[in-house]
Design a protein around this ligand. Structure first.
Ligand code: WTA
Length: 704
């Protein structure tokens, strides 16, 4: 454990050198109207009231039958929430608002082309569209409760409509992020055994009408290779009646939705009353092996949790105009564009395109025109908007009462720009730490009750009791500012139910490391391992350091090193590949690939390009590496393991740590010389790393 020990000592030292940021108080105007304004709320959700405290969230929903058991822990760690209860998610997000606010906009969709009209979809219209699409899924596609359906849709209103239509029937939806490649989509289709794919011909991105249907053909082919036949592809048209793709429609398999929906337009499909623990959707995410993990979320627990946290942490009131700029293809969009906000009956804004298109004033024009008062985005967008338009927000007359940052650590400096310039010093900010697996927020301040601290997410969310462990499972002293692995001691309603089709992987990935007794039926013995490093300050606030496993967080998107490496070795010349994170000014982190070639091949730009192409086609453009380095050999341990941490140090011009235990320490100098002199030539020398960034790099691959 020599290496682990070194890392731990230096992390502790780094923590001491961190400057404690000052508290910033929310304005009186915000606190005066906040949903969570009674300080007793912390007591209501204190541990002695667990698990019954979560009734408060479940009571925000409309149940067909009330539950009898709040939490069943008889089969750890497969927790069951609100057992005996029955409900429907689509009913809760649509039907129940028809009486009180039929003419209020449920969704406002802003197309990327600025000349194209914005669409406001009222709750009444949403009800009609959801029913029509549900009828299509059931009567045209033959889908039934419990079947899975894969969506590969861009940011268009058809996506939430399709989700709510599936939810109406208890069909488990699996939306694959539109930017993922056809191959990545195909793998997820196969893993979830979907026989229906819903896609769109094209969508706008940076002014281009991108051909998206082409990916459906790749996806269906990859799924077939993996043994899953897709017999129906429903294709929405971005401009009904016109076809934006070059690929032909496949006879008998592909249909345009606008051609077949006509006879379903007036259908009324009764929402199916489902058990609280029935699955609502799958959301695939990356892990430490190549196979994606389908995080399975429940209807009752998940919907209760996102509704409760939307109310208290997003401070959503029905009359607000709420805009979360995330993509619905990620968990943030599922929980905090669709399910949470619509369950509360608010107006949720969605935007099709790139925030800086056609210029850096775009988001602020949208906010001004629509009267957005709650804004939600990620550090990567904040950094980009600051870089290209630092003075733009001041030019527009909008006022946010509340803003969110999510997805990656935010630098205090970037946080302050967000607060002062975007929020005009008026908005309360929450830095929400959570994950695909957790359904909703794990760490955040309560916006009207707890002060903000730039760079820290805050304490555990209501009813969430975090703890920091060292590698051996000892608790890192609370409030010590010493780094360790952050875990959650208790179950909560939003936690995933399992990894779809891989229950053993669910146990192994999230619980094995710190489970005290695998026989125990007591939840206290089953802390949830989040896979993030963190420190806790004396005031109880957590600062998240980033992943401790083989996951690289690029612009808030999780990429598994194994996925990147498997894609690279599909190139015939490549013998071995290693992916490492490199600190990036805008995206937080970018990927660099290190490649060694099979004997008889020589390095060249053509191989580098093939690697880039392979990654884009296996995963998607978001995974495109910043550099591909072809090296004579990888630094390895005596047992043959590639030391990613050493090469990450080289890529970041940081300390490579102790290399005396390597089998081939001499290659380190060689690689370092080659890579760093090339980076100097390319003008890619990073500025000096902050304590937090250094700490993050040390955490990377610590599980190796
Ligand atoms: C990181 C996104 C720091 C973290 C909701 C986590 C964060 C991973 C924050 C999950 C935050 C998320 N501060 N880091 N506020 N929020 N992360 O599954 O490393 O796409 O494990 O869920 O993002 O990413 P995912």
């Amino acid at each position: 454990m020599a290496i682990g020990e070194t890392a731990e000592v230096s992390e502790a030292q780094i923590a001491v050198h961190w400057r404690e940021e000052e508290y910033i108080q929310p304005s009186r105007r915000f606190t005066g109207q906040a949903n969570a304004s009674d300080p007793a709320i912390r007591e209501r959700f204190a541990e002695e009231n667990f698990p019954e405290c979560f009734r408060e969230y479940a009571d925000l929903l409309s149940w067909d039958r009330y539950w009898h058991t709040t939490l069943d822990t008889s089969n750890p760690p497969f927790w069951r929430w609100f057992v005996g209860g029955r409900l429907n998610a689509s009913y809760n997000c649509v039907d129940r608002h028809l009486e009180t606010r039929p003419n209020q906009a449920a969704l406002i969709w802003v197309p990327e082309p600025e000349a194209e009209a914005t669409q406001a979809i009222t709750y009444r219209e949403l009800y009609r569209r959801v029913n029509a699409f549900a009828s299509l899924l059931r009567d045209y596609c033959g889908l039934r409760t419990g079947d899975r359906v894969t969506f590969h849709l861009p940011m268009v209103p058809e996506l939430p409509v399709a989700m709510l239509a599936a939810a109406r029937l208890g069909i488990v939806h699996s939306q694959v992020f539109g930017g993922f490649s056809g191959n990545a989509c195909g793998e997820r289709i196969a893993d979830s055994q979907s026989r229906v794919l819903v896609t769109m011909d094209g969508y706008y991105r940076s002014g281009e009408l991108v051909d998206h249907k082409v990916k459906a053909d790749e996806a269906v082919a990859r799924a077939a290779e993996l043994g899953q036949k897709v017999d129906r592809v429903l294709v929405f048209r971005r401009h009904p009646g016109e076809y934006a793709s070059k690929t032909p429609m496949v006879e008998g398999r592909d249909v345009f939705v606008d051609d077949v929906i006509e006879e379903h337009q007036r259908a009324v499909v009764a929402p199916v009353s489902l058990p609280a623990e029935a699955p609502l959707f799958l959301m695939y995410t990356s892990g430490t092996t190549g196979r994606p993990k389908g995080a399975q979320h429940s209807i009752g627990g998940y919907l209760a949790y996102v509704t409760g946290t939307s109310k208290y942490y997003q401070d959503i009131h029905p009359g607000d105009t709420y805009w979360c700029m995330a993509d619905i293809g990620w968990i943030t969009g599922h929980s905090y564009i669709v399910y949470g906000p619509l369950s509360l009956g608010t107006t949720s804004v969605m935007y099709e395109g790139v925030p800086t298109y056609p210029d850096a004033g775009r988001p602020w024009r949208i906010a001004e025109r629509l009267g957005v008062n709650i804004f939600h985005t990620a550090p990567t967008s904040i950094r980009m908007l600051r870089k290209v338009g630092p003075d733009e927000p001041a030019k527009y007359d909008y006022h946010f009462k509340h803003m969110t940052t999510v997805g990656e650590p935010i630098e205090p400096d970037v946080w302050r720009w967000y607060h002062e310039v975007v929020g005009k010093g008026e908005a309360a900010i929450v830095d929400t730490w959570w994950q695909t697996e957790t359904g909703g927020f794990l760490g955040s301040t309560i916006p009207g009750l707890e002060p903000m601290k730039p760079g820290s997410c805050g304490p555990g969310a209501l009813g969430i009791y975090p703890i920091v462990y060292d590698e051996e499972g000892n608790e890192v002293p609370r409030g010590s500012g010493k780094a360790g692995n952050i875990c959650i001691r208790n179950p909560w309603p939003g936690i995933m139910q399992t990894v779809w089709g891989q229950p053993e992987r669910f146990v192994q990935t999230y619980y094995q490391k710190y489970c005290r007794n695998p026989q125990s039926k007591d939840w206290h013995d089953w802390p949830y391992f989040a896979g993030d490093g963190a420190v806790q300050a004396a005031d109880g606030y957590f600062r998240i350091l980033g992943r401790v496993d083989d996951v690289i967080n690029v612009a808030g998107h999780r990429l598994g090193t194994k996925e990147l490496e498997s894609a690279s070795i599909t190139v015939a010349e490549v013998a071995e590949a290693a992916a490492v994170p490199v600190i990036d000014e805008l995206r937080g982190k970018a990927v660099e690939m290190y490649i060694s070639l099979k004997p008889g091949f020589s390095a060249g730009a053509d191989v580098e390009e093939k690697v880039v192409h392979a990654i884009e086609s296996e995963i998607g453009k978001i995974a495109r590496p910043k550099n591909v380095w072809i090296v004579p050999d990888m630094p390895k341990t005596r047992s043959g393991k590639i030391m990613r941490r050493v090469i990450a140090g080289i890529s970041n011009f940081a300390d490579v740590g102790d290399i005396t235990t390597l089998a081939n320490p001499e290659v380190v100098e060689q690689i370092k010389h080659h890579v760093q002199s090339e980076k100097v030539a390319r003008g890619q020398v990073p500025r000096e790393l902050s304590a937090q960034e250094m700490s993050e790099l040390q955490a990377f691959g610590k599980a190796d």
